[in-house]
Design a protein around this ligand. Structure first.
Ligand code: ATP
Ligand code: MG
Length: 427
């Protein structure tokens, strides 16, 4: 038997319904926020990720799926969404258009060659946004509000918003130097990864899970002491706007995030539920005012986030949240030697907005009633030769068990009315 690749999973059944429902809620949310949908290719030139994500990040140094295509080009399956969206923003000259800020959202699969475990897959889905063209701290707060509101809409309770600032380039450089000086005499006490981080990206030493509890980490310099006035004031405004939106947060000075490109605000939302597991970061993001330039476009500020769908699904399960409401069909058609007529009626009803299924198996009547129950059919339409000849359909209400005779010409009005009465019509 050929099995699915390690770190991947199949979606079907109840899980599939839940995913579809989640996608609907996501779509509706992005409509309300007035964000524009963007889709970019699932693979890009490898160089894009080297420039756009950063050579020293775990993602690029250890986790990419690289391949050489038949034309000898170096390609990479996208490990994250931002680089592709930035490329598209530049390539399609969106910076030159009148719409500003440009607020984009995406949803799709990402690929990382990681050690598979709970909450960590090799193919996983991310929902994210990227906003270009404004450095207004209001936008940092808006971007943070999107996942927070999404989780709220879903009814998720145990979440915690962590924020921090890395400051602008000047502040970040000053902090970087302070860290280099601070860690220099203690280098041999740090883990191997941290030794490498020291030379490549010292901020990420703070992110280390191995050394996290050592005193040397706890006493490390704090970014807040290295921020210049502009960076301080940006961060103060972000915090104020979060309060204006009624969003609770915690300032976590050790939050630096794995990517090189962040400036100013960084944030993560974690599932704050005991026993959830170590992969508890549901989403992360921040401001990246130099990224567009780094990828080759004009200097343009940006801010965004990305959330993993798998961890969210686990969190929903954890809190026993059931999203699937429209788990039924409006009509189930039972043809009794009237396949042509029944099949045509199903087509007609579907085109008029009803969800319809029928018997394809020539079941006996009693088995058809069982099947209608399994499909949670609201109405059962039984069509024998009499019905075809008279054009009067027998419609059974599967909730009240009442039976109606309905003229074919009136069936749509009849179903409309009944489904509206019971309040179970789909939006
Ligand atoms: P982590 O520290 O957990 O590795 P990360 O910093 O690599 O996360 P990001 O690149 O910021 O994660 O991605 C944003 C979100 O995407 C994460 O918060 C998580 O929900 C999700 N995510 C990242 N990697 C995976 C993965 N391998 N499998 C499932 N979800 C993932
Ligand atoms: Mg990771």
């Amino acid at each position: 038997m050929i099995q699915k690749p390690k770190g991947t999973y199949d979606v079907f059944g109840e899980y599939g319904k839940k995913v579809k429902e989640l996608e609907k809620i996501m779509n509706a949310l992005m409509e309300k926020y007035n964000y524009e949908y963007i889709r970019t290719p699932h693979f890009e030139a490898s160089e894009l990720f080297h420039r756009g994500v950063g050579e020293t990040t775990d993602i690029v140094s250890k986790e990419t799926y690289d391949f050489i295509d038949r034309g000898d080009r170096n390609m990479t399956l996208r490990p994250e969404g931002t680089a592709g969206v930035v490329r598209s923003y530049i390539e399609n000259k969106m910076y030159g258009e009148a719409i500003n800020p440009r607020k984009l959202w995406y949803y799709g699969p990402m690929y990382r060659y990681e050690r598979p475990q709970s909450g960590r897959f090799r193919e996983f889905y991310q929902f994210g946004v990227e906003v270009f063209g404004t450095n207004n701290p209001m936008m940092d707060a808006e971007v943070i509000s999107i996942p927070v509101n999404f989780y709220k809409l879903l009814g998720l309770k145990g979440i915690k918003v962590n924020i921090n600032t890395l400051g602008d380039k000047e502040s970040r450089d000053a902090y970087r130097n302070a860290l280099l000086e601070y860690f220099k005499p203690h280098l041999d006490t740090l883990c191997e990864d941290c030794k490498e981080r020291y030379s490549k990206n010292p901020l990420r030493i703070l992110d280390c899970k191995v050394d996290a509890n050592k005193d040397i980490m706890k006493n490390a310099p704090k970014i807040i002491d290295y921020l210049n006035d502009e960076s301080k004031s940006h961060f103060e405004s972000v915090k104020k706007y979060l309060s204006v939106l009624g969003i609770e947060y915690v300032v976590n000075p050790k939050l630096v995030r794995g990517l090189d490109y962040y400036t100013h605000t960084v944030f993560e939302v974690e599932a704050n539920v005991e026993g959830f597991g170590s992969q508890n970061v549901l989403c992360g993001g921040g401001r990246y005012d130099h990224l567009v330039e780094m990828v080759g476009g004009p200097s343009t500020p940006g801010v965004g986030f990305a959330m993993g769908l798998e961890r969210l699904m686990t969190a929903l399960d954890y809190e026993n949240i059931n999203l699937v409401e429209h788990d039924h069909v409006d009509c189930y058609i039972v043809p009794m030697n009237t396949n042509d007529y029944s099949f045509a009626l199903m087509q007609d009803l579907r085109l008029n907005g009803f969800s319809v299924d029928m018997d394809y198996m020539n079941r006996k009547v009693s088995n058809n009633f069982k099947q209608a129950d399994r499909l949670k059919a609201r109405f059962i339409i039984i069509i024998g030769e009499d019905e075809v000849n008279s054009n009067i359909l027998t419609v059974k209400d599967n909730h009240t068990k009442e039976e109606f005779k309905v003229n074919t010409l009136d069936i749509i009005d009849f179903l409309d009315e009944k489904l509206e009465d019971c309040g179970c019509e789909e939006e």
